[in-house]
Design a protein around this ligand. Structure first.
Ligand code: DAH
Length: 335
């Protein structure tokens, strides 16, 4: 299968053309195999040299080897060029202008209720209270019975709620955590329980079906209303940044005895701020603790419940509670 110089030339031209038109390195590799691989025409020519006459062998052998070397160099050059081209393209794709001014990320901010909750927690923590949580889905026992509100007691009307198919209800206050906490912890104790509460009632500027309460509880040996007054005055002072005038009004809550409402002087008017009272003996009993005895022993303490929305409305001069949950950015962005 002797080849003439003509056919080697043809091969050379064909190979050159294909090498020059290779699009990328993968392409080039295929072309390499076609022209310099084991099965290539050139390899076959080189293999068949041994069958030729000495003279032809010398001539064709020289030409075939020259072609082989030529192609090798050509491939090396083409590979280098293609590699450079690929790198340039990659650079172009990845390039970006570091001098272009950036886009400013819009940073969020805390909801007013969160701000007020955090401040409240901070103030009570500074007075030795722990922040405790409880379930939003509550058992009837903890939300009502254990707090001295038996079935059919008219006080349940005040706390109408959503009863769930699983037998639980949405808690109407965080007061049930009093019981849950006292079941597991012995006095002396000081806790506050901030949390979401629910009521089944019509909404208006001061009522929502969803709101936040902070329950407070302090129990010890001789804890009295005087202690409560000192604590709550200190809370208002720190929360509003100045001493606030307050007054106690008799009131009724089944879980305290006596019970009262705390009013605060604000713009020359008395504003109702929270409910409170001395923990009812039945509440202690339901939590498994002995209540205070006239002849010694047992525990006593105070409890209170304050609405975070009420605090936020006063602090930020908001007149409609519904604004807190409306999701209106015109309102929220002011905080
Ligand atoms: N749980 C009451 C409410 O839902 C608030 C409250 C009033 C809590 C008096 C108390 C309390 O601990 O003593 O409105």
């Amino acid at each position: 299968m002797a080849k003439t110089k003509g056919s080697l030339n043809l091969l050379k031209n064909k190979a050159k053309k294909e090498i020059d038109s290779a699009k990328d390195l993968k392409d080039l590799d295929l072309i390499y195999k076609t022209y310099l691989g084991d099965e290539s025409e050139l390899a076959q020519i080189l293999r068949s040299l041994k069958d030729l006459s000495k003279k032809k062998k010398a001539k064709i052998g020289k030409e075939a080897n020259e072609l082989k070397n030529f192609l090798k160099i050509k491939f090396t050059e083409a590979a280098a060029a293609l590699k450079e081209k690929a790198e340039k393209e990659k650079e172009m794709k990845e390039w970006f202008d570091i001098t272009v001014p950036g886009k400013k990320a819009v940073s969020g901010h805390l909801h007013p209720i969160t701000l007020v909750r955090r401040k409240t927690e901070e103030v009570f923590q500074s007075m030795g209270f722990s922040v405790i949580e409880g379930p939003e889905m509550e058992e009837e026992w903890y939300n009502f019975d254990a707090l001295n509100i038996p079935k059919n007691h008219p006080a349940r009307d005040l706390w109408d709620t959503f009863y769930l198919k699983n037998g639980l209800l949405l808690r109407t206050h965080t007061s049930p955590v009093q019981i849950r906490y006292m079941e597991k912890n012995q006095p002396p104790l000081r806790i506050i329980v901030p949390g979401r509460c629910f009521r089944h009632e019509a909404t208006d500027f001061s009522h929502e079906i969803n709101f936040y309460h902070v329950e407070g509880l302090m129990v010890g040996e001789g804890i009295s209303v005087a202690n409560f007054k000192a604590i709550i005055e200190e809370f208002f002072r720190k929360f509003f940044g100045k001493p606030m005038e307050i007054r106690f009004r008799p009131s009724y809550f089944p879980f305290v005895e006596p019970g009262f409402e705390i009013d605060m002087k604000w713009n020359n008017e008395w504003l109702e701020m929270m409910g409170a009272g001395m923990v009812h003996p039945n509440v202690f009993k339901n939590a498994g603790l002995p209540p205070h005895q006239i002849n010694g022993g047992g525990w006593q303490g105070f409890a209170f419940g304050i609405g975070l929305e009420r605090l936020a409305m006063i602090k930020y001069k908001v007149e409609d509670i519904r604004l807190f949950y409306g999701g209106d950015l015109k309102f929220l962005n002011q905080f």
